[in-house]
Structures are given as structure tokens and as C-alpha cells.
Design a binder for this molecule. Structure first.
Ligand SMILES: C[S@@+](CC[C@H](N)C(=O)[O-])C[C@H]1O[C@@H](n2cnc3c(N)ncnc32)[C@H](O)[C@@H]1O
Length: 334
């Protein structure tokens, strides 16, 4: 008789040792884990009994793991099924808030969950919702006009073939509803030969995940609200996995730090407001050993800052990324 073994892939918390050495000087207080996931970061922080974690995740599926944590860590652990752009709604009156931590992207469980359809290996109806969404990739691909799809593919996916792929989608959907496997087939038919290591569908799927989950406004308002709720001396830590996210984090941290500009191409701001102490100019990458054990950690970058001044004015930051933010408005057409 053949036994069926269900293999569950473990989610390895990325850059865990590096995160621990950065935040441990702040221990004895409250930490907000904005991306609870499988709880890897939270568990590590709660190893110190003087710490409390307020854990957030938009994916309701993470609440099962959160229940186990509640059982084990009691009052030192609080879980909220909200989006991290809403952290300013948490009552922090009695908390000694030390740091707000973001580990962006998706957990292994989410990627492997066929129902969520986050991966191009999924089958069936397009979805890509992480949780607390207004619409899915099914509506985006089957309803939006070609020129709107082009914008999503070009700016959120940095896909060169954005025009051809959008055109083909609109042609095919005249005769059928486009499912995940159809989308992969359309992309393959346009891109055909692939000499690189990156899968043909990577960029288009990335762009759809960003659009469906409104990841740009989530990150921008997540960072702004993290800043607002933190006392001076508090820390923001972000682990990002793709270049658009990292560009936003890098700009926010560097542009508002002493004598640091996001890149040599940004003008030197004479009247720049100094909000942060940027401890390291360059991001921290996973060590070779971690990359070997967990290949998906390869693209991870950790950046962190300490808040040194307050402000209520984030206009410059929002304006800098208004092109990316405006694309989210296309969802009004759905
Ligand atoms: C890479 S996983 C985090 C893994 C976690 N650090 C661990 O060690 O298990 C990212 C998690 O963040 C959640 N997430 C992504 N965007 C979010 C948002 N805007 N608000 C709240 N949670 C979010 C996802 O649902 C996912 O569970």
C-alpha cells in the first residue's frame, strides 16, 4: 500500500540573526511585528520575557498560528488581523514602543497555497489576494482595458513586453475567461525564448500581486504611520525582496537622514528635515550560508533607522512616488 505523505514546506525567517543583533539593544518593551506570517520574528523577540509583541497580518490564515502563540506567550502577545497601513489605529497608550518591523513579501505557505494563486505554478481562477482585499487578479485580467494593464505591467512589473502581453490578453479574453494557466501560456507565447534564470511569468505575476494587494500605498503609509506612532529613539526595520519596495524604503530612510542622499542623482536638499539616524548606509544581505539553506532569501535586503525628530509633513515622500500610487486608482474601474 502506498502512503501519501503531505510535505509541508517550512518558512525560514529571513535575516533572523541580523535582525536580532540590531533590535536586542532595545529589549524590554513593545515591538510591532507588522508581518507576523509564521511568527518567526515574533517568536525570536518573545524569547526575552521582558518583551511584548503586537503582531499584525492581513492574511486571516495566520490567526491559527497566532492562537498557539497566545496560548504560549499570554499577555506578552497580541494579534491583529489588519493591514499594516493601519498601525496608527492600535491603542499604544500603555506600551513602551521600541521598534516597528516589516518583513515584506509572502510566506512560503502563502506561495504554496493554490487557492491564493500567488504563484505562476497555481491553476484555476486567478486570485492573488493576501487578505482584506477589494478585488482579485481575476477581475484585473478579465476586465481592465489594455492600456491600464500596460501601466500595471510596466510600472509594477518592469516588464519590457508590457504592450504585447496586454494586447494578447484582451484578444484571448474575447472568447474565454482567463485563468492562471492561460495567463502563463499567453506570457510564454509572447516572450517564448527564455535564456535567463527568471521565469517568463515572474514580472507579470509580481505586478499583479502588487496591484491586487495595493502594496505601494501599504508600504508608503505603513512607513509613515510607523514613524508617527514611534517615540524618538524608536526603530523602523524593513526587510524587502524586490527593487520597487527597496527603492521606497531607501528613499524614505536616506532622504530624511543626516548628510545622506538616496542616490547621487537626487539633488542635495539644503533645507532637508532630519528625521532619522541611518546607522548603515548600505543594506544588510543574507550571508552565503543562509542563501544556501534558503535560496529565496537571496533577494532580501534589510534596512533600518532610528527616529531622532518628529514631523507631520510627508508631502515630499508621497509626491516622490505619486506615479506608482496613482496606478492604484485604476481599481476604481473594476
Ligand atoms: C514574508 S512573510 C513574514 C514572515 C515572518 N517574518 C516570519 O518569520 O514568519 C510576510 C507576511 O506579511 C503579511 N503582509 C504582507 N503585506 C501586509 C500588509 N500590508 N499588512 C499586513 N500584513 C501584510 C503577509 O500576509 C505575510 O504573512
Amino acid at each position: 500500500m502506498k502512503a501519501t505523505v503531505k510535505l509541508e514546506k517550512k518558512h525560514f525567517p529571513v535575516l533572523l540573526n541580523e535582525l536580532t543583533s540590531i533590535i536586542s539593544p532595545l529589549y524590554s518593551g513593545t515591538f510591532i511585528d507588522c508581518t507576523f506570517g509564521q511568527g518567526g520574528y515574533t517568536e525570536q523577540i518573545l524569547k526575552n520575557k521582558n518583551n511584548k509583541v503586537i503582531a499584525i497580518d492581513r492574511d486571516k490564515d495566520t490567526s491559527i498560528r497566532a492562537l498557539k502563540f497566545k496560548d504560549k506567550f499570554k499577555n506578552n502577545f497580541v494579534y491583529k488581523n489588519i493591514k499594516f497601513s493601519q498601525i496608527n489605529t492600535i491603542n499604544l497608550e500603555k506600551e513602551k514602543l521600541k521598534a516597528v518591523i516589516f518583513d515584506l513579501g509572502y510566506s512560503t505557505n502563502q506561495i504554496l497555497d493554490q487557492k491564493k494563486g500567488l504563484s505562476f505554478n497555481s491553476k484555476g481562477k486567478l486570485n492573488m489576494k493576501m487578505g482584506l482585499n477589494e478585488y482579485s487578479a481575476h477581475e484585473v485580467i478579465n476586465k481592465l482595458e489594455s492600456k491600464d494593464l500596460e501601466k500595471i505591467f510596466k510600472y509594477y512589473g518592469e516588464e519590457n513586453k508590457f504592450k504585447k502581453i496586454s494586447k494578447k490578453i484582451c484578444e484571448i479574453r474575447k472568447n474565454k475567461v482567463i485563468k492562471t494557466e492561460d495567463l502563463v501560456e499567453i506570457i510564454n507565447s509572447v516572450k517564448y525564448k527564455n535564456f535567463s534564470k527568471i521565469h517568463n511569468s515572474t514580472k507579470i505575476f509580481q505586478s499583479l500581486r502588487i496591484f491586487v494587494n495595493k502594496e505601494i500605498s501599504e508600504l508608503i503609509y505603513g512607513l509613515i504611520n510607523a514613524f508617527k506612532i514611534l517615540p524618538v529613539g524608536g526603530m523602523i526595520v524593513v526587510v524587502s525582496f524586490q527593487s520597487i519596495e527597496d527603492r521606497i524604503v531607501k528613499y524614505f530612510f536616506k532622504n530624511f537622514s543626516k548628510n545622506k542622499n538616496p542616490s547621487r542623482y537626487f539633488p542635495n536638499n539644503v533645507e532637508k528635515r532630519i528625521l532619522f539616524n541611518l546607522i548603515k548606509n548600505k543594506p544588510i544581505f543574507p550571508a552565503k550560508k543562509e542563501q544556501k539553506i534558503n535560496p529565496s532569501s537571496r533577494s532580501a535586503k534589510l534596512r533600518y533607522v532610528i527616529k531622532i525628530n518628529d514631523t507631520n509633513n510627508f508631502d515630499e515622500f508621497i509626491k516622490r512616488f505619486h506615479n506608482l500610487l496613482d496606478i492604484e486608482n485604476l481599481s476604481k474601474k473594476l
